[in-house]
Design a protein around this ligand. Structure first.
Ligand SMILES: Nc1nc2c(c(=O)[nH]1)N[C@@H](CN(C=O)c1ccc(C(=O)N[C@@H](CCC(=O)O)C(=O)O)cc1)CN2
Length: 291
């Protein structure tokens, strides 16, 4: 068996086309969806992601404001920026690019964002609603993974999903979203003993551990769907995931490449959340109940 490649780039283009249509409809009603992106510090990967988010927003007809600060920014100043953005009626989504410099408490900052503008889906209110299956902005990477599975006709119901990683951004929420679609979920992490004994049981394996090419065929059950969320550099400095693609190719049934798999979906889902937030605002103005 040779694994089929899950093409995140192609699926993300379709989602962005749908978002563009929704933006045009909102504009007919005088609303331009607006995303505020807050970037603190000099992390070069964060700068690239933020640039891509801004570019994508603009290509879909949305407004995108970048608020950029040096890595010496104090927490109180950042909280004050968030407060202003919460009050700005032209801003429908607020995103604080992670990671933040160490003098700033990430949790405090995320908690300061108005949940109705939390297009990253990281606020405790969004997380709580997601866990109990109520309407919420879903975190973009896990939501993107679920969209990819749906697009390729992969139904998690009754399947054993093994997640490697327990971050708040990917590991924890992807397990919850899988559970909501009736998967049986096992979480593994850096302290899991005999990792391969768990991953070999997975019908769907999601790796978000951040170790270049850790997952070879010995970790994979024949026919498994393998979703790679890792963003690492190999020995030659080339971008690669957690999965050794060449080695797993003949064992898995489906594989996401890095780059071009899960990554592009993250930005597409952010665009979808932002347009959704603008639509929610419009419905609220018309007194129609949403989230
Ligand atoms: N506030 C947030 N911070 C971070 C998030 C997030 O969702 N919200 N996720 C990651 C970084 N991230 C978006 O912010 C992100 C990572 C990767 C990609 C992507 O498209 N990757 C490409 C490769 C890009 C490259 O060549 O370097 C791919 O996989 O094809 C998009 C967004 C941490 N911070």
């Amino acid at each position: 068996m040779t694994a089929k490649t899950i093409d995140g780039k192609a699926v993300s283009l379709k989602i962005k086309e749908q978002v563009k249509t929704r933006v045009e409809k909102l504009k007919e009603q005088g609303i331009v969806p607006g995303l505020a992106v807050v970037l603190v510090g000099e992390d070069s990967a964060s700068h690239t992601y933020v640039k891509n988010k801004k570019k994508t927003c603009e290509s879909l007809g949305m407004r995108s404001d970048l608020h950029q600060f040096p890595d010496t920014l104090e927490e109180a100043e950042l909280l004050s920026v968030i407060d202003d953005l919460n009050k700005d009626p032209d801003i429908h989504g607020i995103l604080v690019q992670l990671p933040l410099p160490k003098q700033i408490d990430e949790f405090k900052v995320i908690q300061a964002i108005d949940p109705s503008k939390d297009v990253d889906g990281f606020h405790p209110v969004s997380v709580g609603n997601m866990v109990i299956g109520k309407e919420a902005f879903l975190p973009c990477t896990p939501h993107g993974i679920m969209k990819l599975l749906e697009h390729y006709g992969i139904n998690p119901a009754g399947k054993h999903t093994v997640v490697i990683g327990r971050s708040n951004i990917v590991g924890k929420p992807i397990g919850q979203l899988m559970l909501q679609q009736d998967a049986t979920v096992t979480y593994c992490h850096s302290k899991t003993a005999d990792l391969a004994s768990f991953t070999r049981q997975a019908d769907i394996l999601v790796s978000a551990i951040g170790k270049a090419k850790l997952i070879d065929h010995s970790f994979v059950k024949p026919g498994a769907v393998v979703i790679d969320v890792g963003m690492n550099r190999d020995e030659n400095g080339k971008l690669c995931g957690d999965v050794d693609l060449a080695d797993v190719q003949e064992t898995a049934s489906f594989l996401t490449p890095v780059p071009g798999g899960v990554g592009p979906m993250t930005i597409a889902m952010l665009m979808e959340n932002t347009v959704q937030s603008a639509e929610n605002g419009l419905l609220k103005d018309k007194n129609i109940e949403t989230m």
